[in-house]
Ligand binder design. Structure first.
Ligand SMILES: CC(C)(COP(=O)(O)OP(=O)(O)OC[C@H]1O[C@@H](n2cnc3c(N)ncnc32)[C@H](O)[C@@H]1OP(=O)(O)O)[C@@H](O)C(=O)NCCC(=O)NCCS
Length: 333
């Protein structure tokens, strides 16, 4: 582990963004290489929080130098672990390369950081749920640390398709009572109702409890539409299908830009009464077309492996598994 004896784990709130910059830059390079994701653009909010010294978490300091960090955010009585990352050790001589091609030291420092944060959260009586999705880290990379602390761990897939060349056509022969139109800001409340309905008893509502209520789903939507945490929201790629009589959305797809070449689907769902009509396929094709028009060369999404119908749909739309990662959840007994 790093230089071993000199490694200290300290409170993140004592460190402003500039001290973490070398770590964030190394992390950013890994986001680009693994996921084609412009991490620093998405991390603007993180940098602001760091500067306001208000983010709960820890840094690893080795011989006076910050080599890693972990942080979480609180949402009422839930804590969401946002990220953990440590610099790979440069002095390779005593270190073996891990199966993922990363130096062992970076992994070990990340584990120490995670362990410290988990100890804090598990012993905080105000915290009764902890969620984490470490998108950058490969399936299994930190799962032992979570499992040892009593978490359930789920496998999620990061899927990618090319937008180069001619795309499959989006068929617009919707039933007469349905209308496809671009997302509007005022759709947010009704879209929250749709998400809560679409994810009832769904594996993803085990991973993210916001899906279980209308209010939680609206909060989830606000995060992806208004804040850059999951890429920059793309209004051009985002569409809803509404019932012309009730004016309620019955299906939606939201997209964002995660780098100058890569679009990302942050949400897709269809009301249970309107499934198997080809609506999700239509929304995916419209999004692919729109992202292609915006100059993107690839389109990505994440899906829980157990959500096999969705995985089948994506594969049939030429998405391939590019990476797999874990979601971890702990609930106080
Ligand atoms: C996944 C979901 C979006 C699919 O919506 P949909 O409009 O029913 O999907 P489509 O009608 O376009 O289906 C396209 C293909 O998906 C697969 N599929 C979708 N639902 C399926 C089911 N219940 N059983 C078997 N295959 C299914 C099939 O391959 C289907 O093609 P086919 O009808 O030609 O056989 C919808 O079930 C949903 O909202 N689920 C809950 C939210 C969710 O899981 N979102 C995805 C998160 S990553």
């Amino acid at each position: 582990m790093a230089s071993g004896l000199s490694l200290e784990i300290l409170d993140l709130r004592h460190f402003a963004a500039p001290m973490l910059r070398p770590v964030l830059e190394a992390e950013s390079a890994m986001w680009r290489e693994r996921l084609n994701w412009d991490y620093l653009a998405s991390a603007k909010l993180l940098l602001q929080y760091l500067d306001s010294r208000s983010l709960p978490g820890y840094v690893a300091v080795d011989a006076g130098r910050v080599t890693g960090y972990v942080f979480c955010v609180y949402e009422d009585s839930k804590a969401v672990i946002g990220d953990v990352f440590a610099l790979p050790e440069e002095s390779a001589h005593s270190l073996s390369m891990g199966p993922d091609g990363r130096r062992g030291a970076g992994r070990e420092v990340e584990e120490s950081l995670l362990q410290r944060l988990l100890e804090l959260l598990l012993h905080s009586p105000g915290v009764d749920r902890i969620e984490s999705q470490l998108l950058l880290h490969r399936d299994g990379e930190h799962s032992e640390t979570f499992l040892r602390s009593g978490f359930d761990v789920y496998r999620r897939l990061y899927m990618r398709r090319s937008l180069i060349g001619t795309l499959s056509e989006a068929r617009f022969d919707l039933a007469a009572e349905l209308e496809l139109r671009p997302w509007q800001d005022q759709d947010l409340n009704a879209a929250g109702r749709l998400i809560a309905e679409a994810y009832r008893d769904h594996p993803d509502s085990l991973i993210n409890d916001q899906y279980r209520t209308v209010h939680g789903s609206q909060r989830f939507l606000q995060n992806i539409v208004r804040f850059p945490g999951c890429g920059v929201f793309s209004v051009q790629a985002s569409h809803v299908i509404v019932d012309r009589i009730s004016r309620e959305p019955i299906a939606l797809l939201l997209g964002s830009r995660v780098s100058s070449q890569c679009g990302h689907i942050t949400q897709i769902c269809v009301h249970p009464q309107y499934r198997r009509l080809g609506l999700a396929r239509l929304l995916l094709r419209v999004a692919a077309m729109q992202f292609q028009r915006l100059g993107m060369t690839e389109l990505t999404l994440t899906v829980t492996e157990a959500n096999s119908h969705a995985v089948d749909l994506y594969q049939s739309e030429r998405y391939e598994i590019a990476h797999s990662f874990n979601a971890a959840v702990w609930v106080r007994a």
